[in-house]
Design a protein around this ligand. Structure first.
Ligand code: ASP
Ligand code: MG
Length: 425
């Protein structure tokens, strides 16, 4: 049976981290594994800055590019002391491509240009990790994800063509010939071989796509945390690691912003009941968290915060009721601005939504809605989503907060809140 392993940016952020990948792989020496790697460390952010600087001609693009190059070359020099190692010429080629590209004039399609450049972070990373694994005795075949993950041309948020992808993945990853294949997360290509990306943090999703295509036995995501925690340690002490989680709970938590798993990851796995293991790359022997087909309820309430929310409340100007026809128009506008509703609530006279604040889209939406409705809004709010809530957890997360909106279903409680301690400072 095949396993799919995903190593994210943090697990390949420097030479020691790459060496640690070998350690993890050696624990599974006899297994058939498809390895998915992300760009190293914060490379994707740096490449985003490069695209921005080049596209808007800020004059910083050469500087940003040389920073990206020296970061990688430092790692490479540590991993491959011999300067005639083939990895050097391979990387030189990619960096020349980047230099050349950022020396031309950009087309007017920002998202297209973004994908052509940002996708290379994963290509670079995968070349380095593949070569280092091979040198360390983990024989592997490098595969360009753009030749197997086929998508439409929605740049920066490409949709997978499952049928073609399944065919190409099965064809390219023949585990009868090789035990380990290594490829990139986050990227794919259109039927015309134009590079695309699957959305930020999309490498988990890539792993799930491969697992689905290969009918894998399991997916393991190797992280710098011991597993999925019931809350973000950034905001809370005394978090607990969850030993297991149902697909449903994982989707709910990921959808509302838990950053451990990319929200799109779970569906393809759930569809074929492939378990997902979230494990620590520093303590690979430990159990981590298993996300699987199990309706057993979470034993502890889990909660996630989404900061920087805008709460928008609409009412009709003539005090008539908000009826289905209004809701249709309102949803149409929200979709037109490509905003995503995190929580909503309606009463006879008003309708409220909370969305992630976006400096460009939110004012645009408000302006469009004001043509028809009286609009009130608040920004700088937080949304907490509690899965399997109890009163104690509600009290705990809302202490010193003003609750502006609360929605409860049987398993989930969501509150949009204003942090009062900030006001007192
Ligand atoms: N490198 C990409 C990102 O940082 C994809 C990923 O890491 O999952 O968004
Ligand atoms: Mg990442």
């Amino acid at each position: 049976m095949i396993k799919v392993f995903k190593f994210g940016g943090a697990s390949v952020r420097d030479a020691d981290a790459v060496k640690n990948v070998v350690k993890v792989m050696n624990l599974y020496g006899a297994d058939k594994i498809a390895v998915v790697v992300s760009a190293m460390g914060k490379t994707t952010n740096a490449l985003e800055q490069l695209v921005h600087a080049w596209y808007y001609e800020t004059g910083e693009s050469n500087h940003i590019l040389s920073g990206i190059k020296s970061y990688h070359m430092d790692i490479v020099r540590t991993l491959f002391p011999s300067s005639d190692h083939a990895v050097y010429s391979g990387l030189e080629e990619i960096f020349s491509e980047l230099t050349e590209k950022t020396g031309t004039i950009a087309s007017d399609n920002y998202d297209y240009e973004y994908d052509q450049i940002v996708s290379l972070g994963e290509v670079i990373s995968s070349k380095i990790v593949s070569a280092y694994l091979a040198d360390s005795g983990v024989a592997n075949t490098w595969i360009d994800a753009r030749s197997i993950i086929r998508t439409d041309n929605t740049y920066r948020d490409a949709r997978v063509n499952w049928e073609t992808t399944e065919e190409y993945v099965r064809h390219s990853m023949d585990f009868n010939t090789t035990a380990v294949f290594l490829t990139q997360g986050f990227i794919g290509a259109t039927s015309e071989n134009i590079s695309t990306t699957l959305g930020r943090e999309g490498s988990d999703y890539s792993a799930a796509i491969l697992a689905w295509c290969l009918d894998a036995e399991r997916v393991a995501i190797w992280k710098d945390v011991p597993g999925v925690l019931n809350a973000d340690p950034k905001y809370f002490d005394n978090t607990v690691k969850l030993d297991q989680l149902s697909y449903y709970d994982a989707i709910e938590l990921a959808y509302y912003g838990a950053s451990v798993i990319h929200p799109k990851t779970i569906k393809p796995l759930q569809n074929k009941r492939i378990p997902l293991w979230v494990k620590s790359f520093l303590k690979p022997e430990e159990r981590g968290t298993i996300v699987h087909h199990d309706r057993a309820e979470l034993v502890v309430p889990s909660f996630i915060f989404k900061m920087n929310q805008a709460l928008i409340t609409l009412s009709t100007r003539d005090f008539s009721f908000i009826v289905e026809k209004n809701l249709g128009d309102i949803f149409y506008q929200i979709d037109r601005f490509r905003l995503r509703i995190n929580v909503m609530q309606n009463t006879a006279l008003s309708f409220s939504i909370s969305v992630d604040m976006d400096e460009r889209k939110v004012p645009g939406l408000i302006k469009a809605l004001e043509e028809e409705y009286a609009v009130r809004y608040n920004t700088g709010l937080e949304l907490v989503t509690i899965r399997h809530y109890d009163q104690e957890t509600i009290d705990r997360v809302s202490s010193n907060k003003e609750i502006l909106l609360e929605e409860k279903s049987r398993h989930t409680c969501q509150m949009v809140m204003r942090d009062l301690s900030v006001l007192c400072d």
